[in-house]
Design a protein around this ligand. Structure first.
Ligand code: SAM
Ligand code: SF4
Ligand code: F3S
Length: 458
């Protein structure tokens, strides 16, 4: 349920069932449908939540996705995975205070993972905040807004057609893994999967709207299980692969423990499934992995990578996540992580310094790696990975790639992504946005490929 703002004395909001309304909103008669500015930070789940919220706002007759200066309501979709994500949210909130005070009737809402973590405590901490709601259950919040603004609403509005080519589709929520450093299971809850049919219908709807590339999302997407049929991720991929008009299919995030050979076989066999695997390793030392409660050994991880690389041809692009400076990380444990990165040669590594998260199993442990040392380790591995990525990308020179062209730079050069999820640039005028173009790589850096077109692929 939303909690209403103090800053609105003199107006009479609806009473919330069973709970006194401690704050009341200003509800001016706008004479038009309220407009909503959405802002988000964090992982792809929040991208997907933003899109769903925009649809829910449109359903109650609000106009979503307007620029801040035109908005009546600003909604922050937040992340709490590390302290610096929270700091960015507080920074954004501070920017909104003068915006809100500029015109009576403006309001600010916070949702997403920080809203679950702090709940109504945020209203005490942030006097200018009007609403806190759980993004997983926005109905109460939407109903409240609808009732408050009923006089200005004309029923559902139609969202303008989008020209995007790629979209995220959540197939499950929550995580049961309970890695000792991670707050996600606390703020996203236990795993729940959507039925295959529902996912298919969602993908079909997106493809009918022009989307060509879909990424299926779950915090631990390998443990996907259809609630009635028990179908697992490989079967889900097989089903979604049949959607006519879909060109590319990806999935995120895989947990190494649950990445099984059938998954790699499906990746190889299915035409739409891209040659890309994100398999977070977190650390390259067994004792450190145990302290993180990752439930696999470095050798088991190596074996998964070997199996995936053997199965997915011609070339699998691999990405991973690594945390440096976790509680008690010794020099030799850190060196083992570097060694594993050099050995496995990931295409991309998302590196993060350990950040204590309240309520997690690791929170009471000593956060004993000084900040300066965490930064040193982080920067060292960033340098190591830059060289690896650069060499990996250079090895594409002379090879054929397929680019889904997403847009054009100011100097008219088309850019897009390859099936391996690498950014690729083409010469000016070489291809139209929305096309699938075959090209040959002529040069590469650690972050992108440059290619010459060979002809349209679709
Ligand atoms: N489910 C995925 C997995 O199994 O690794 C990752 C989801 S998590 C939102 C994304 C990444 O954030 C993790 O892989 C981890 O590297 C990083 N992360 C999570 N908690 C962290 C913490 N307390 N400090 C630093 N990084 C953290
Ligand atoms: Fe967090 Fe671990 Fe779940 Fe990933 S698998 S979301 S790191 S608890
Ligand atoms: Fe952040 Fe929540 Fe995603 S904590 S990483 S937005 S699941």
């Amino acid at each position: 349920m939303p909690v209403l703002s103090d800053a609105a004395r003199g107006f009479r909001p609806l009473q919330m069932a069973g709970r006194p309304a401690r704050r009341e909103p200003i509800v001016p008669v706008l004479g038009r449908a309220p407009r909503v500015h959405l802002w988000h930070i964090g992982c792809q789940m929040n991208d997907a939540d933003r899109e769903r919220l925009a649809e829910e706002f449109a359903d109650i007759g609000f106009i979503p996705e307007v620029p801040l200066e035109d908005a009546d309501l600003a909604v922050l979709i937040t992340c709490t995975v590390r302290a610096n994500a929270e700091q960015k949210v507080y920074g954004k909130f501070r920017e909104l205070i003068p915006w809100k005070r500029e015109r009576p009737g403006r309001a600010i809402a916070v949702t997403g993972c920080m809203a679950v973590e702090h709940g109504e405590g945020l209203l005490q901490r942030l006097p200018d905040l009007d609403y806190v709601f759980d993004v997983r259950e926005p109905d109460g919040f939407m109903a409240k807004l609808q009732a408050l603004h009923a006089i200005n609403l004309d029923g559902p509005i139609t969202l303008p057609a989008s020209d995007r080519l790629s979209a995220y589709v959540p197939v499950m929520g929550g995580c049961n893994e309970m890695c000792t450093y991670c707050i996600v299971p606390f703020v996203r809850g236990r795993e729940t999967s959507r039925p295959v049919d529902e996912v298919m219908a969602h993908v079909q709807r997106l493809v009918e709207g022009g989307v060509r590339e879909v990424t299926l999302l779950g915090q631990n997407v390998n443990s996907y299980r259809d609630p009635s049929t028990g179908s697992r991720l490989p079967e889900l991929l097989r089903a979604v692969d049949t959607v006519p008009g879909l060109w590319r299919l990806r999935f995120l995030t895989s947990h190494p423990r649950n990445a099984v050979p059938e998954l790699f076989t499906a990746m190889h066999e299915l035409a739409t499934v891209c040659e890309q695997l994100h398999l977070p390793v977190q650390a390259g030392d067994n004792a450190l992995l145990r302290r993180m409660r990752r439930l696999y050994t470095v050798d088991e991880y190596r074996a998964k990578i070997r199996a995936a690389r053997d199965a997915v041809r011609p070339r699998l692009s691999l990405s991973t996540d690594v945390i440096v400076g976790f509680c008690g990380e010794t020099e030799s444990e850190f060196a083992a992580t570097e060694q594993l990165m050099r050995e496995l040669e990931f295409d991309t590594v998302h590196l993060a310094a350990y950040s204590v998260r309240p309520g997690t199993a690791a929170a009471p442990r000593a956060d004993d790696i000084p900040v300066a040392e965490k930064k040193r380790r982080l920067n060292h591995l960033l340098g190591v990975q830059r060289d690896i990525a650069s060499a990996r990308n250079r090895s594409y020179v002379g090879r054929e790639i397929e680019v889904l062209v997403e847009g054009r730079s100011e100097d008219d050069r088309p850019y897009g992504r390859t099936r391996e999820n690498k950014v690729a640039w083409l010469p000016a005028g070489a291809a139209e946005p929305g096309s699938l173009t075959k090209a040959r790589v002529v040069s590469a850096t650690a972050w992108q490929l440059h290619a010459e077109p060979l002809g349209a692929a679709a």
